[in-house]
Design a protein around this ligand. Structure first.
Ligand SMILES: Nc1ncnc2c1ncn2[C@@H]1O[C@H](COP(=O)(O)OP(=O)(O)OP(=O)(O)O)[C@@H](O)[C@H]1O
Ligand SMILES: [Mg+2]
Length: 359
């Protein structure tokens, strides 16, 4: 049994079915991200864990104990939202210590803990400033310190970085990871930013329209997306519609060209199959005979360390990204180019999503 379990959660608002048979297992000390587009139900899931919404059915447990009959303020959960929501009439230090004071902790213990948090969150210099005098990044650090001062069983973060500008967001992203490492808080983080999800999480649940499409490590999600949605939402991607020729030999047809993929005896000859490949896994290569596609270079984008190329082949546009080699010669727009795809980089899409079933 995992530390936090969500089992078969259903939630509708009126006729809108917002969360559909959602199950997730989160281990203690894990940093798990709910990643998905706007409106897919991420905040609703967090609010149900926090106790601000009740699921229509399903179960939410921490360490085997149901949370559903426990009121929000008794769940022992810390939460930070996108908007800072600090007490405007309290300074940074008072905002942070508020929870401990209300709970009646003795003064020495509270002061010690606040001092530690001011230090960890780099807030010492602004401890006596009021929210209106703090920058966005500082306000979010205060909100984080305030959320964890009581050592919550669970920390819920709803897009806490999205209102910040790019530079501060990147800095706070690293800090959040550092803080997570230090305090070992089991954390559920919500974002619609795939880069944020990939760089911060132990595990990611990719959510689409209230359904968990895939739950796995960032590497699994990126390298082995199971559904077209996951593949398309996380990173750039090429989709190749093929037809199985011989499953046990791993041969498919793409246009009039045969490609080798990983062998799978379950593949039925003649069956359509969708394969994906990441732009960085397609190489410019003239000297191969197998898995070689030729096409015409239509467009290039210079990205510094890499160059993105759009190549038209067999009636499709393939995107590839090659690293920038200042000593090499690059093809020009209009040139015919040869592309090489390694069989193991062609990832097969599973047709329909199987919601995760937690025992
Ligand atoms: N209290 C409510 N009453 C009615 N509908 C709601 C309520 N809360 C959320 N919804 C609807 O449920 C859907 C999911 O909303 P939710 O806020 O969970 O999405 P989200 O994934 O957090 O999106 P975003 O990335 O934009 O924050 C939306 O269509 C929203 O309009
Ligand atoms: Mg939201």
């Amino acid at each position: 049994m995992a530390y936090l379990e969500l089992r078969h959660i259903e939630k509708s608002f009126g006729k809108r079915h917002v969360v559909k048979d959602l199950s997730l297992s989160i281990e203690k000390h894990e940093f798990v991200t709910l990643l998905g587009p706007s409106g897919c139900g991420k905040t609703t899931v967090l609010r149900m864990i926090a106790g601000f919404e009740q699921p229509d059915s399903g179960e939410i447990e921490i360490e085997g104990e149901s949370l559903l009959s426990v009121p929000a303020n008794k769940r022992g959960i810390g939460m930070v939202f996108q908007s800072y929501a600090l007490f405007p009439n309290l300074n940074a230090r008072q905002n942070i210590s508020f929870g401990m004071e209300i709970a009646g902790y003795n003064r020495r213990e509270t002061e010690e803990r606040v001092r530690e948090l001011l230090e960890v969150f780099h807030l010492k210099e602004v401890a006596t400033s009021y929210p209106s005098q703090l920058s966005g990044g500082e306000q979010q650090r205060v909100a984080l310190a305030r959320a964890i001062i009581m050592r919550p069983k669970l920390l819920l973060l709803d897009e806490p970085l999205s209102a910040l500008d790019a530079k501060i967001r990147a800095a706070l992203r690293d800090e959040l990871r550092e803080i997570h490492r230090r305090f070992q808080l089991t954390t559920v983080f919500v974002t619609h930013d795939q880069e944020e999800g990939l760089s911060m999480s132990d595990a990611i649940a990719v959510i689409n329209d209230g359904i968990v499409e895939q739950y796995g490590t960032p590497v699994e999600i990126y390298n082995r997306p199971l559904t077209p949605f996951v593949a398309g939402f996380v990173g750039r991607l090429n989709l190749l519609d093929c037809e199985v020729v011989d499953g046990s030999k791993g041969i498919v047809r793409f246009g009039d060209q045969e490609l080798k993929i990983q062998a799978d005896a379950d593949l039925i000859p003649g069956e359509p199959i969708q394969l994906t490949i990441r732009p960085e896994n397609i190489a410019l290569e003239g000297n191969v005979t197998e898995n070689r596609l030729t096409g015409r270079l239509k467009r290039t984008t210079f990205g510094g360390a890499w160059i993105r190329m759009e190549v038209s082949t067999l009636g499709r546009m393939l995107i590839l990204e090659v690293s920038n080699d200042p000593r090499g010669t690059m093809p020009q727009i209009g040139d015919e180019v040869s592309l090489y795809i390694r069989p193991e980089d062609l990832v097969r899409m599973v047709k329909r999503i199987v919601p995760l079933d937690v025992q």
